[in-house]
Design a protein around this ligand. Structure first.
Ligand code: PLP
Length: 411
């Protein structure tokens, strides 16, 4: 008899975006002529930049010849891309990495979800709250989160990041946390962490022999020169942290699929007997077994963002989205809304007015202004009373959405 992994049955129906789509569809059925604008979903809208397109065409042409054809690539990714990453993303920030510490993947979602496989099932995990849902759900799948009640898992330490604490999560008190998920710039709050605050987390991890899983998927949006892009800018992080990066939001690769994970050779975890196990070796072993690499074409595409033209073009698109973010912040604040994020990230986190819940505000905005936002509570209990707006729309549509929000708010 084939038995199910019962932990999957514990997964909560986190259909945030499906629920949003259902509600938007119901609205459209009732209002077929309405022109709905989505500032909800976190997908990008602007096309791939010319340097990337050219590199992809070239890679396809190569693959069409007997000499240039490529089959399975190296499991960790092609050296040309790993070299470009080490040289461009880390060396200028004073971070030295060797090529075998870089693992190319098909996007950060896979690795942020899969990495927990390397860890014993009864590690105690901590997450900042609200948070990208993949971290918790992937731990639920292996039975690590305990039982679910009133919107919380019993074996997860939720570390609130809200306006009340200035979006700076406090270090866990009481039972030490073994595995800590941090995401900065943060999805969904759009807020960032200073070097000083991040140092506290690294020191906590070193002191408690904990592991930090640091998601830097939005680092390219940081504008403030003092904000760290990588956790390895903090001394000691090589011993306690793994970092996830993505080309999705950096260069519009949500459909191309490519990202990477840094697993330093100094980071290790313990057996019950106290033997130290290198996560770099274990992750390599895992990847060689379960992952056959990212396509050559995607890796050549990613390499192209590090060429002088690629860098400039990618930056133009990031600037484009950040212009939306600045404009959104300006308009929403002038309307009297309390807004956070949006300065070093493409997300604006807005407190719902007059104590309305996230979903109530979502519906009111949809019906009143035909604009879609994302209810904050979908990202965790501390997200209640907030909504998320994304800056990934076109200028025209964002402008139109803001105009409508203004008219609706002033009614
Ligand atoms: N990490 C965070 C915080 C995200 O918001 C996302 C996507 O929205 C991802 C990772 C996944 O990105 P990718 O497209 O690289 O899988």
């Amino acid at each position: 008899m084939a038995l199910v992994n019962i932990h999957f049955l514990n997964l909560q129906n986190n259909y945030l975006f499906a629920d949003i789509a259902k509600k938007v569809n119901a609205f459209k059925v009732m209002h077929p002529k309405a022109d709905v604008i989505s500032l909800g979903i976190g997908d990008v809208t602007q096309p791939l930049c010319p340097a990337v397109v050219e590199a992809m065409h070239k890679a396809v042409d190569e693959m069409a010849t007997a000499d240039g054809f490529r089959g399975y690539g190296p499991e960790q990714g092609y050296e040309f891309l790993r070299e470009a990453i080490v040289k461009n993303d880390f060396a200028p920030r004073g971070v030295r990495l060797s090529l075998d510490e870089v693992f190319i993947n098909d996007g950060a979602k896979s690795d942020t979800g899969n990495f927990q496989e390397l860890l014993h099932w009864d590690n105690f995990i901590g997450v900042t709250d609200p948070i990208y849902p993949v971290y918790i759900d992937s731990n639920v799948m292996i039975g690590r989160c305990g039982t679910y009640r009133d919107g919380r898992w019993s074996n997860v330490r939720y570390m609130p990041t809200t306006a009340e604490n200035g979006f700076v999560p406090e270090l866990p008190k009481g039972r030490p946390v073994d595995v800590i998920y941090l995401c900065f710039p943060n999805n969904p709050t759009g807020t960032v962490i200073s070097k000083q605050e991040l140092r506290k987390w690294v020191n906590y991890a070193l002191k408690n022999d904990a592991l930090i899983l640091f998601d830097a998927a939005y680092q390219a949006y940081i504008q403030d020169p003092d904000i760290p892009h990588s956790i390895y800018e903090i001394r000691g992080a090589r011993k306690c942290a793994v970092e996830f990066r993505s080309f999705s939001k950096t260069a519009g690769f949500t459909g191309v699929r490519c990202g990477y994970t840094i697993v330093p050779k100094d980071v290790s975890v313990s057996t019950f007997e106290g033997e130290r196990i290198s996560l770099n070796q274990l992750w390599l072993r895992r990847q060689c077994t379960k992952f056959n690499g990212t396509s050559y074409i995607s890796q050549r595409a990613a390499e192209a963002i590090y060429s002088p033209e690629g860098k400039q073009q990618v930056q133009q698109t990031i600037d484009y989205y950040m212009q939306n973010a600045a404009h959104m912040l300006d308009v929403l604040r002038k309307l009297g809304y309390e807004c956070y994020g949006g300065e070093n990230a493409p997300y604006i986190w807005m407190r719902t007015p007059d104590g309305t819940t996230s979903w109530q505000f979502f519906e009111a905005l949809l019906y009143g202004a035909n604009v879609v936002c994302t209810p904050g509570v979908g990202f965790g209990p501390s997200g209640e009373g907030y909504v998320r707006f994304t800056a990934f729309g076109s200028h025209d549509r964002t402008e139109e959405a803001l105009k409508r929000i203004k008219e609706w708010s002033n009614k």
